[in-house]
Design a binder for this molecule. Structure first.
Ligand code: FUC
Length: 331
């Protein structure tokens, strides 16, 4: 394990922690936001980072930047009035990615071993505006067979919500190309209809029509071309994950020899293709612009907050919850 100073926030030092496995795959995370900073794989021409990464901490200090960060208590958008107790709003009347003081804005304690980075944090209701004081642990594991596991664990003292995810953006190009030359496969046949504020209505739409069918590996450039007539001009969609076993992937993203395959038991995956990105974010050698990265966010469907047909995101005292997402890399 190696550490590197990575700036400061509110007078506190931010540190980058790097694990390396036997094949030379390197995982780097920050204590701030329990952020996934880099995933580097060895290639014929040197190491290649597969994530969108800002070169300095400035790129992570803004609470509206989510790249690589741990998102919680609740990923995505829920109406601040969809729960019996008011939730902290940060986008009109919605709570986006855990509200204004979500997991992504917090400094986490770190315990590191040769293959794990364990980020832990006690978060009070006064601190982030959700009911209940919670104990949270986010564990990144880099295995000998080129998997990264992210385990999310939580306990609470009062009923609350827990639906965390990671918001890494992928770009498998060595140079400055966008993800338009990538192929995407999703284990999904339906997606959630949303209101204009992007909070789901609870209705499902069929993926078979209009550029949403990724049930086989699909060229993202061609798919994005079909989206140019829409207001979003790309994907920002909550896909319903089809029933599957633990060994069946929920998503696979490839470009040439490089690939990332995601495994998750949860029933939804948000796909966001950075449709309106401009130069407000600095990704170093990757020029921030539309389609410079793709976020694949495994989660329980946000509709579960109000509709038990779509799962259960409640966290109850005495009933700790555990969620996991696994990524496998080919290079
Ligand atoms: C994704 C999208 C949102 C938002 C955020 C940064 O989760 O669903 O629309 O732009 O990322």
């Amino acid at each position: 394990m190696e550490t590197q100073a990575f700036g400061t926030i509110h007078g506190q030092a931010v540190t980058a922690y790097t694990l390396t496995n036997q094949h030379g795959v390197r995982l780097t995370c920050l204590d701030y936001g329990a952020t996934w900073l880099k995933l580097e794989v060895p290639t014929a021409v040197g190491r290649q980072n597969l994530l969108l990464t800002s070169p300095s901490f400035d790129g992570y200090a803004d609470p509206r930047s989510y790249h690589g960060k741990t998102i919680g208590r609740v990923a995505g958008r829920i109406g601040a009035d969809q729960y019996p107790q008011p939730l902290p709003a940060n986008e009109g009347t919605s709570t986006l990615h855990g509200g204004p003081h979500g997991f992504s804005t917090l400094m986490w304690a770190v315990q590191a071993t040769a293959e794990q980075l364990v980020f832990s944090r006690y978060i009070t209701s006064a601190e982030d505006g959700f009911p209940g004081d919670i104990d949270v642990k986010v564990t990144y594991t880099l295995t000998a067979n080129d998997d990264v596991l992210i385990d999310f664990d939580a306990n609470t003292d009062q009923p609350t919500l827990f639906n965390p995810t990671n918001h890494a953006y992928w770009n498998l190009n060595a140079g400055d190309e966008t993800i338009q030359n990538h192929q995407l496969m999703l284990n999904s046949h339906q997606r959630f209809a949303v209101q204009t504020n992007k909070v789901p209505t609870g209705e499902l739409l069929d993926n078979a029509h209009g550029g949403f069918d990724f049930s086989h590996p699909t060229d993202l450039g061609a798919a994005l071309a079909t989206m140019q007539t829409t207001a979003e001009k790309g994907y920002d969609d909550i896909f319903l994950v089809a029933p599957h076993t633990a060994s069946e992937p929920v998503a696979k993203l490839t470009q040439g020899k490089l690939g990332v395959t995601m495994y998750s038991r949860r029933n939804a995956l948000v796909v966001f293709t950075a449709n309106a990105f401009g130069d407000e974010l600095d990704f170093g050698e990757k020029t921030s612009r539309p389609y410079i990265g793709i976020a694949l966010e495994a989660q329980t469907a946000p509709s579960a907050v109000a509709d038990p047909r779509y799962g259960d995101i409640t966290l109850l005292p005495g009933q700790p919850r555990h969620e996991q997402v696994r990524y496998h890399f080919e290079y």
